[in-house]
Design a binder for this molecule. Structure first.
Ligand code: PEP
Length: 252
């Protein structure tokens, strides 16, 4: 059975002190919630990852990085390698977030390399993709999503998807307060699972967790998560408040 996942992308927020406070609040908020088949993941900024790993050691909270460079090491000023992450106890990474694509020019082919690097080191990858508003308005959203997945992931062997969590994030819903309806999310997730089944196998497609991301809040999480092909969420803004994030985890 595929796992449920609730992941918080903290983006460029929280100092070290705030990171520790938020983790403390989360541990408290998650107390008493049964997490048997649910993974709870937080993605603080690079400089606070090591402390976040330490502070979550005896908890069910996993720590992810928000990006990684594709090369093993070398002259890439300002970048972080997979070995550096592994060395501090991180083994999950978010790749392909729309902000990385838009502001840092991450292309599908660079992402394919990053995914290979991460999977080669045994990491789990939360792979983000999704259409722009214009794509949806032009009814191109299925085509755009198919292209993103094909270009970055479909050269992988089926086995590799054991380490991949997909995160469908329509760009128009990220940080805007405008969520996709539960029906829109389900429609796209079903389409994505169908693509996996066509490209690989039905069995494989049934095993891949597909998260929805885009303005998920405590008040809409339950409805979105109730859909059969929605296996959890990637949460931005609401992951910065322990109370809200815990409430979202509770609704899965
Ligand atoms: C995100 O950035 O991945 C995200 C889903 O943000 P928000 O929840 O704030 O829309």
């Amino acid at each position: 059975m595929r796992k449920k996942v609730v992941a918080g992308n903290w983006k460029m927020n929280n100092t070290l002190v705030e990171t520790k406070q938020l983790i403390k609040g989360l541990k408290k908020g998650l107390k008493g919630i049964k997490l048997k088949d649910t993974r709870v993941i937080i993605a603080p900024t690079y400089v606070n990852l090591h402390q976040a790993v330490k502070k979550t050691e005896k908890s069910k909270i996993e720590v992810a990085a928000q990006n990684v460079h594709q090369a093993k090491n070398g002259a890439f000023t300002g970048e972080i390698s997979i070995d550096m992450l592994s060395d501090i106890g991180v083994n999950v990474v978010i790749l392909g977030h729309s902000e990385r694509r838009a502001y840092f020019n991450e292309t599908d082919s660079a992402l394919a390399e990053k995914v290979n690097t991460a999977i080669g080191k045994g990491f789990d990858v939360i792979f983000c993709f999704g259409e722009q508003l214009e794509d949806r308005q032009a009814n191109n959203h299925f085509k755009v999503v198919e292209e993103q997945l094909k270009n970055a992931l479909f050269a992988l062997r089926s086995e590799a998807f054991k380490n991949i969590i997909l995160a469908y994030e329509p760009v128009w819903a990220i940080g805007t307060g405008q969520t996709a309806t539960a029906e829109e999310a389900q429609e796209m997730h079903e389409f994505i699972r169908g693509l996996l089944a066509k490209e690989y196998s039905k069995d494989m497609a049934e095993g891949v967790s597909i998260l929805y991301g885009g303005s998920v809040k405590p008040k809409n999480a339950e409805e979105i998560f109730s859909k059969p092909d929605v296996d959890g969420g990637l949460i931005g803004g609401a992951s910065l408040k322990a109370e809200d994030f815990s409430a979202i985890v509770k609704s899965i």
